[in-house]
Ligand binder design. Structure first.
Ligand code: FMN
Length: 288
C-alpha cells in the first residue's frame, strides 16, 4: 500500500489526521501528515476522500471528485423496490451486468476487510443448469425419511417442486451469490449489506431482484453447486439474490406496517431491574 503526500498541495489542515479511524496518520515535525502506522491502516481511504486539495495519493488511484446525490430519488427507489418473482426469460444486457459488477467494490465491509467473494451467474444457460441440478437433487432427497420433518414443514414447496415449478429460483435468468471467509470480522453482516446495495442498484437500473433464502440453503447443501459457483475454500455462501429483466411492473407503492421506533432523547425512563431481568436481557442480546 502506497500513501504519498504532495507537499506542494497540502495545506496542513489536519482533516486527514482527524478523520483516520485507526489513528494511523500523524503530523510530522513540519506539520505534514504522515502514515506512522501502516499496519493499523485499514485502507478505508477516508484521508484520500476528505483532503480538500487532493494532496493525498493512495496506491495508484487518481482522485475522483465525490458526486452529488439526489436524496429524494434514493427515497423513491427505497419505497418502490419490490421483490420480483416473474422474469423475462432472457439475459440482462452486458452493459447492465458490467455496471452491476463495477459497483460491487464500493460496498462497505466490517473493518474494511474487503474479502467478500461474488459469484455472478451471468447467462441463462448456466442458470438453467444450476436450477435443474438443484431442483432434481431436492426432488431426489424426498426419498430420505431423515428430511421428512423439513419437507413436511414446507409441504406446498414440495408439491410445487414435484409439479415442475421453479419455486426456488423463480425462473430468474441470473443470480448473485455472496460468500465470506469464515474468519472475516463481520462474516454474517457483510454479505447481507452487499446484497442490499446490489438490490437497490439493480432496481435503479430497471432490473427485478429477489432475495433467495431457499437458494442459499440449496447452495449450502450441495458442494457441487459451490464448485460450479467457484466459491473459494474457507468461504461460506451467505446470501443469494435472483435478478433479471422483470416481466411485470408494480404500479404503486405498498403501505407497509410501520416498525416500532423508540425515540431516545434526554430524561431516560429506566427502572430498577432484578437479577432475572438482567440475565434474560443478556441471553436475549447474545442469542444471535
Ligand atoms: C433474507 C430474505 C430471504 C428471502 N428469501 C426469499 C425466498 O427464498 N423466496 C422468495 O420468493 N422471496 C424471498 N424473500 C423476499 C421476501 O419474501 C420479501 O422481501 C417480502 O415478501 C416483502 O416483499 P417486498 O420485498 O416486495 O417488499 C426473502 C427476503 C429476505 C429479506
Amino acid at each position: 500500500m502506497k500513501f504519498e503526500i504532495n507537499r506542494e498541495e497540502c495545506i496542513k489542515c489536519g482533516l486527514c489526521i482527524k478523520d483516520c479511524v485507526t489513528g494511523a496518520i500523524e503530523q510530522d515535525n513540519q506539520g505534514f501528515p504522515q502514515m506512522t502506522s501502516k499496519d493499523s491502516c485499514i485502507n478505508c481511504q477516508h484521508c484520500f476522500a476528505i483532503c480538500p486539495k487532493g494532496a493525498i495519493k493512495f496506491d495508484e488511484n487518481e482522485a475522483q471528485n465525490a458526486e452529488s446525490t439526489n436524496y429524494d430519488d434514493i427515497l423513491s427507489l427505497i419505497k418502490s423496490r419490490r421483490s420480483v418473482r416473474q422474469y423475462k426469460h432472457e439475459n440482462v444486457s452486458e452493459e447492465k451486468l458490467s455496471k452491476l459488477k463495477a459497483m460491487l467494490k464500493y460496498i462497505p465491509t466490517g473493518c474494511n476487510s474487503h474479502s467478500l467473494h461474488f459469484s455472478v451467474v451471468e447467462d441463462l444457460a448456466a442458470m438453467d443448469e444450476i436450477r435443474d441440478k438443484v431442483n432434481s437433487k431436492i426432488l431426489n432427497s424426498f426419498v430420505y425419511k431423515i428430511f421428512a420433518p423439513i419437507f413436511n414443514k414446507f409441504s406446498k414447496t414440495k408439491d410445487a417442486l414435484k409439479n415442475g415449478e421453479d419455486i426456488i429460483f423463480r425462473n430468474a435468468p441470473h443470480m448473485i451469490v455472496v460468500s465470506s471467509p469464515v474468519t472475516a470480522p463481520c462474516a454474517t453482516e457483510d454479505p447481507i449489506i452487499a446484497l442490499s446495495y446490489f438490490e437497490l442498484y439493480a432496481q435503479h437500473l430497471g432490473l427485478g431482484t429477489c432475495w433467495c433464502g431457499f437458494g442459499q440453503i440449496s447452495v449450502k447443501l450441495f458442494p457441487e453447486i459451490c464448485d460450479i459457483l467457484q466459491i473459494p475454500k474457507g468461504y461460506v455462501p451467505v446470501g443469494v439474490m435472483l435478478f433479471g429483466e422483470p416481466a411485470i411492473k408494480y404500479q404503486r407503492i405498498i403501505q407497509p406496517k410501520p416498525y416500532v421506533i423508540s425515540s431516545v432523547k434526554g430524561d431516560f425512563k429506566t427502572h430498577k431491574r432484578n437479577i432475572f431481568e438482567v440475565i434474560i436481557r443478556f441471553i436475549t442480546n447474545f442469542l444471535r
